[in-house]
Design a protein around this ligand. Structure first.
Ligand code: NDP
Length: 515
């Protein structure tokens, strides 16, 4: 951390900033403020003041602003990619998908939020209820805190900020201190289109994130399971709701009847996209014995041909850098511990020696007890285990504290679905990887230690940011008193009971006759 003079001419005091560095070469590409708890509290107060008007313009009014943001994103797609590459050194293609991904999500919620948030009039549970008009309405939490990790600096903020805004909440975004520039751009876009001041940025470290949790009304967190636990405790203390998208250790199950070429290409992409820094990346591979050798040969050849380097605007490389040195060290430890335990790196296995790059790696002779199988790696490694059959593949896939997603590779789709229904994970992609991420009508949420709650999933994607309110109103002219109001009277109650019995009991019991 360095010190710079405060932006306020009224004060000579210094305030800290955080330097953002390109992991390929260490150069400083930007700075953001390390904001204090007081600054965060003040921002939440401003958002809280602006939120009622945002709620009042309704989902259609909000959709108009979201569509303007979508235009802004398409108009600035190249700049966004440049900024993302500057703070991550990811390949141009990995950087390029983030902006259209968020824009696509905006289109989905702009189109559907008015329907998803419309009042509902459920049928009464009993004929007696027909005298009432029943209404369920969705009213947003006032201020939602969105806390995001470093792997997709524009997409991760976007995918949670957009539905929260569509729901009518104001949003305070706290991006990772490692890659805050993408989130900063999203907020700048919102300001540049002249939208109401219901989206703000809080930059800083973990303490800034903790201050967000201490002030908002709902927390949407994406990050490690360790931090997720800390946040869950803090939210429980304040009795505020939260949703956690946490780590994963996603298995790929390659069955003997699979198209092995597609499985090899798909597992490589699923495991090495964004240098493996994807929550749903393939982190361990179980292959049925009859096709093990052939699959490993195909995967090894393909991974060995991948190109790695600092891409800039070149579209020349497939695999980029890791977010920081700490992340590279985790990957190195997992590979070293596997090799020390008898595994072999048939391709890769080492840092490249430049920045934080780590070679795309395939590990064989791995066993289920190794750290590369049990702990989240979040890097470009594909450890492979040979299994006797489908049963063993399912048993080992489920043998994890995590349960985010999985892939199943088979020539028989019904077999794939049968296997999917036995996996203890929040999503399964058959013969594909990460496909569920692009299906906004489906929920995306982890089981076990991979999370609580889910994002997307059609109506639930926006309703999660709402409190549900029930309203009853008379459908028929009312009398001065209801039958069971005071003063109590035996005959009135007997009559009321017999009406309730007639409405809800079965057979002769309706008439007070027990057999
Ligand atoms: P962290 O959990 O370290 O940090 C996530 C965010 O939380 C950062 O913005 C961080 O700030 C902030 N934070 C840290 N401490 C606190 C605190 N006490 N209170 C509030 N906020 C806090 O995760 P990483 O950034 O290291 O991200 C990698 C992890 O994210 C991986 O485990 C991965 O699996 C998971 N992930 C999950 C996804 C999913 O959808 N399930 C998607 C992507 C990643 P700062 O960075 O400034 O410390």
């Amino acid at each position: 951390m360095t010190e710079i003079a405060t932006a306020s001419p009224a004060s000579k005091a210094k305030r800290p900033v955080i330097e953002v560095r390109n992991p390929a070469d260490g150069r400083v590409v930007g700075t953001v403020a390390d904001e204090s708890a007081q600054v965060v509290a003040a921002k939440v107060a401003q958002l809280r003041a602006a939120q009622p008007e945002w709620e009042a313009i309704g989902p259609k009014g909000r959709a108009e602003w979201l569509r303007k943001l979508q235009d802004w994103i398409f108009d600035h797609a190249e700049t966004i990619s440049d900024v993302l590459q500057s703070e991550t050194s990811k390949p141009r293609v990995d950087a390029t998908i983030e902006a259209p991904f968020v824009a696509d999500l905006i289109g989905y919620y702009a189109r559907h939020a008015p329907t998803f948030l419309a009042d509902e009039h459920p049928a009464p549970h009993s004929p007696l209820g027909k005298v009432k008009k029943l209404t369920t309405i969705y009213r947003p939490y006032q201020v939602v805190g969105v806390i995001t990790p470093w792997n997709f600096p524009f997409a991760m903020p976007g995918i949670d900020v957009v539905p929260a805004l569509a729901a009518g909440a104001a949003v305070l975004l706290k991006p990772s201190e490692v890659t805050p520039l993408g989130g900063e751009l999203l907020v700048r876009g919102w300001q540049e289109i002249g939208a109401p001041p219901v989206l703000a940025l809080a930059t800083g470290r973990g303490e800034t994130g903790a201050a967000v949790v201490a002030n908002v009304d709902y927390v949407q967190f994406t990050g490690s399971t360790r931090t997720g636990r800390v946040i869950a405790k803090a939210c429980a203390e304040r009795l505020i709701p939260y949703s956690l998208e946490l780590g994963g250790k996603d298995p790929a199950l390659v069955l003997a009847d699979a198209d092995l070429d597609r499985a090899a290409y798909g597992v490589a992409f699923g495991g090495l996209l964004n240098a493996g820094q994807v929550c749903v990346s393939v982190e361990r591979v179980y292959v049925e014995a009859p096709v093990y050798d052939e699959f490993v040969a195909k995967l090894t050849k393909h991974v060995g041909e991948l190109r790695q380097g600092a891409d800039d605007r070149g579209y020349r490389y497939d695999v980029g850098a890791l977010a920081n040195a700490a992340q590279r060290d985790v990957v190195q430890r997992h590979v070293d511990e596997a090799v020390a335990g008898g595994a072999r790196a048939v391709v890769g296995g080492k840092p490249t020696g430049v920045g934080t790059f780590f070679q795309p790696t395939v590990l064989v002779d791995v066993d289920q007890s190794m750290s590369c199988i049990r702990e989240e790696t979040f890097g470009p490694t594909l450890p492979i285990i040979k299994v006797a059959d489908e049963e063993e593949a399912i048993r080992l896939a489920n043998d994890s504290v995590y349960g985010l997603s999985a892939t199943v590779w088979t020539g028989d789709r019904s077999r794939g679905e049968r296997v999917a229904r036995r996996l203890e994970v929040g999503a399964v992609n058959i013969n594909d990887a990460a496909a569920n991420l692009f299906s906004f009508a489906l929920p995306m949420g982890g089981w076990k230690e991979s999370g609580l709650g889910a994002r997307w999933g059609g109506p639930n994607g926006v309703r999660k940011y709402c409190r549900v309110q029930a309203i009853t109103a008379p459908r028929v002219p009312t009398q001065t008193k209801e039958l069971i109001w005071f003063p109590y009277n035996k005959n009135k109650v007997k009559f009321a009971m017999s009406v309730m019995r007639a409405a809800s009991a079965r057979g002769l019991r309706r008439f007070g006759i027990s057999l």
